[in-house]
Design a protein around this ligand. Sequence first.
Ligand code: C5P
Length: 233
Amino acid sequence: MSRTMVALDFSKKEDVMNFLDKFDKPIYVKVGMELTYAFGFEMIREIKARGHKIFLDLKLHDIPNTVKNGMKNLAKLDVDVVNLHAAGGSAMMKAAMEGLNEGAVNGKRPLCIAVTQLTSTSQEAMNEELLIPGDVKDVVISYAKLAKESGLDGVVCSVHEARAIHEACGADFLTVTPGIRLSSDSKDDQKRVATPQFAKEEGCDYIVVGRSITKSEDPYKTYNEIEAIMEGK
Ligand code: C5P
């Protein structure tokens, strides 16, 4: 099982395909809004046809009926993981799961994980703009519990929250964590970063890694080194 999801944050399709050409084995990739809105689902199908697993990171957030039908269509793509904003509430999340079950291919639906609070949302912005009182970490845990109660499979969170989320929601509730940097890397625009080693120690189920792999001199080697850490080899 691959525990490293590579964020394919490229703006050109040929860059995506050139990157994937370096891998002679299936890997887990994260495809977000930028690529999907530029190249459509055809590219998702192409990546899938190469045998890779896909986390389709489109973060749905709308009324329950719209999210249900949207998720039904995403499930038909036979991707492995999809996501939504927990801020849409339990009715929206339950509707999403209904949609995924209805669209499941051969009885297998994608896993569904929730974004709790975006890591770009500061404590101050959450309290003063979004008018959500309290500490960000407490809000993240409370949204994670709501996601669990609504039948979701896990959350996107920071490495620093994964342990508390597992304690609150159970060991089998998935934690998918971006903001990963190797100790030799620059932080770029990420603020609270963590190494793959620390992510493993904190019990993260999957890590999302973008630039540390995509901008590496030898992406294949860096990917394998990170996977070895996550698999504890
Ligand atoms: O290049 P880097 O490793 O920073 O990329 C991280 C990926 O994870 C990007 O695609 C980014 O959008 C995504 N992400 C994140 N923080 C979140 C949610 C998603 O960095 N809270």
